[in-house]
Design a protein. Structure first.
Lengths: 364, 261
């Protein structure tokens, strides 16, 4: 390694371990640390309304869910249009337990980290089960199989009295060290929980991607015949990819339930599956930064479109219903434009910026 | 040659293998024996069943009748990942690399079996995971060095030229650390210089790495020059076997190739 680990512009590795590092220069590490400190500190410095906090929490929950979707669709190349159902599995694992043992049972209110983890595991189990067709099916046929899971999920939740037929199942307030988390600090508390989860999951995924457990996903995406010849079972690798996706979705679902203090069917519909897919595509399929950038971009887009349609509603004649059409229209337009002009997503812009800054002020 | 003592030990035996695709008989009672340490070539006109034979050995097809033995181990119904973990590596005729990955990652994937850390160790990337990654990286670098792929290490495979991709394909098979290497037309579509390079690599693989090589190739000049044994297939049947000079003199082989009836 060169003496200067702050502004190294080339590769100066002398051992393979140096090359394994996530942060190549000290500057990278510093930026990341500052970003983390910023994310943890800003709610204490800037008072934020619960409404805005809710939006931010929603983005972070989507980040956790999109980690999973990006692993299965971006890295392993298996299109999943039932991701919201996996999120729902996590949410209903928690809500169902709350319904069965009481919403203020000690398990729900005190052992909530355990419940979140259990929801993740339940998501993984369902993911593995739904992934079984991937051993035989490919491409669009597999996508239809995941779609059918979404349908089965909707049907089950809507018709079973155990799940309150899709109506809200309440979940009690959780406890922190100094007693129950009250109404005022509820969103702030969950902001920190979700942030810690998102960062931990992100680092976990980043680590996975530089080991055999991440490489095998890309291998089955690029060439599953060759993957077979390399000594891995391609079918089981695909099932594993779905289990991984289910795990992150399950965790996101449990966080969602805790934050909204209950689970209702309307948060886990096909529409949400499509939105998750849009987040992964706009962020950048098969990239880790994409899982972060996609949810942020899509959520902001949705809010802006909402403002825009409100504003347009005042101008346009009401009987044409143009204003209500603007949201899905703008949403669809963005996805189409991304697929056409930047199929590698926002993460590609991020990559271009990084490579430019690495050598700045020199051109090459 | 000191090969003669080792030459009596068979590593791979295909016994009366027959492979049917519906009404089409791709292999018909094929029996071959691959001896340790030698380069054995399988030649024959197009559609003779050469690639089908390799596919049977590497587990992509299973013979309808007959048996395949690797040492003592019966391979007849093994799947490709089982075969590869036993020590048989395969380079494909149509390049089957992981196109979206770098050369380095392609080769690291061949070390999949040797990276024995657990999932949790991988998630935290601590201790065994980090150590094994570095150790296997050294193995990969050794192969990169051997196959002279240093300039391409970090390039995405999909963006490289055909000749180099073929070389990566062979390198990836080598990285598996096999006893037996199956090369399916490693020189197809190459220019004369690239062919010469590839021949040199194959000879080095045999001599320096002590790996038994099975070569399927159409370039008869190359085959006659570097093979220790040759099997000739035609219409799914073995029509000739022996040292290059014996095969070249075999009237049946001449008949199949030149086609005098």
């Amino acid at each position: 390694m060169s003496a200067n680990r702050w502004f190294a512009t080339g590769n100066f590795y002398t051992t393979y371990r140096e090359e394994q590092r996530i942060f190549v220069t000290h500057l990278d590490r510093l930026f990341f640390s500052l970003l983390l400190i910023g994310l943890f500190a800003w709610p204490l410095l800037v008072p934020t309304s619960n409404r805005n906090m809710l939006v931010i929490n929603n983005i972070l929950i989507a980040v956790v869910a999109v980690y999973g979707l990006n692993l299965v669709t971006g890295f392993a190349g298996l299109i999943s249009i039932g991701h919201a159902a996996f999120v729902g599995i996590g949410a209903y694992t928690l809500a169902g337990t709350a319904g069965a043992i009481g919403e203020s049972h000690v398990l729900i209110t005190h052992a909530w980290p355990l419940m979140i983890l259990a929801s993740g595991c339940m998501g993984a189990a369902f993911g593995a089960f739904v992934g079984l067709p991937a051993m035989r099916l490919k491409h669009l046929y597999l996508a239809i199989a995941t779609l059918s899971f979404q349908m089965i999920f909707s049907w089950t939740i809507n018709f079973m009295t155990f799940f309150n037929q899709g109506q809200m199942i309440p979940v009690g307030r959780v406890f922190w060290i100094n007693g129950p988390v009250g109404r005022n600090e509820h969103y702030l508390f969950w902001y920190y929980v979700i942030l810690v989860t998102a960062v931990a999951c992100g680092l976990g995924v980043r680590n996975l991607l530089r080991t055999r457990y991440g490489r095998c996903l890309v291998a089955v995406r690029d060439n599953d015949r060759a993957a077979d010849a390399m000594g891995m079972h391609p079918g089981l690798t695909k099932v594993y990819a779905f289990a991984l996706a289910g795990f992150f979705a399950g965790i996101a679902g449990a966080l969602h339930t805790y934050m909204f203090r209950g689970a209702g069917f309307e948060s886990f519909t096909l529409h949400h599956s499509i939105i998750y897919l849009a987040m992964a595509i706009v962020g950048g399929l098969g990239t880790l930064p994409g899982s972060l950038l996609g949810p942020v971009a899509i959520q902001i887009l949705e809010l802006q479109m909402e403002h825009l349609s409100e504003w347009a509603g005042a101008l346009l004649p009401a009987n044409m219903n143009l204003a209500t059409a603007m949201r899905p229209l703008g949403f669809g337009l963005v996805i189409v434009l991304f697929l056409m002009f930047e199929p590698r997503g926002i993460a590609n812009w991020w990559r271009i910026c990084r490579t430019y800054l690495k050598l700045w002020p020199f051109r090459y | 040659m000191d090969m003669t003592s080792a030459a009596t030990r068979p590593v791979l035996k295909v016994v009366d293998a027959t492979l049917d695709f519906g009404g089409l008989r791709a292999l018909n009672n094929v029996s071959i024996t691959i001896e340790a340490g030698l380069i054995t070539s399988v030649i024959g006109p197009n559609g003779a069943g050469k690639t089908s034979l390799l596919n049977c050995v590497s587990g992509f097809y299973h013979p309808t009748r007959g048996d395949i033995f690797f040492g003592e181990r019966r391979l007849t119904s093994s799947s490709p990942h089982q075969v590869s973990s036993l020590g048989i590596a395969r380079a494909f005729q149509n390049i089957e690399l992981f196109r979206g990955m770098t050369v380095l990652d392609n080769l690291m994937l061949a070390r999949h079996r040797n990276l024995t850390y657990s999932f949790l160790q991988a998630v935290v990337y601590f201790g065994k995971a980090s150590r094994l990654e570095a150790e296997n990286r050294a193995v990969v670098e050794d192969v990169i060095d051997f196959m002279e792929l240093e300039p391409y290490r970090k390039q995405t495979v999909g963006s490289m030229s055909y000749g180099i991709q073929k070389r990566v394909e062979v390198a990836r098979a080598l990285t598996l650390g096999p006893q037996l290497l199956l090369l399916d037309e490693p020189m197809a579509g190459m220019n004369i210089e690239e062919k010469e390079d590839m021949v040199r690599f194959i000879l080095d693989i045999q001599k320096e790495r002590d790996i038994t090589v099975v070569l399927v190739e159409h370039d008869l000049g190359v085959v006659m020059d570097i093979s220790d044994r040759i099997y000739v297939l035609d219409f799914g049947q073995v029509i000739g076997f022996g040292r290059p000079e014996e095969v070249a003199a075999n009237p049946q082989v001449i008949d199949a190739y030149i086609g005098e009836g």
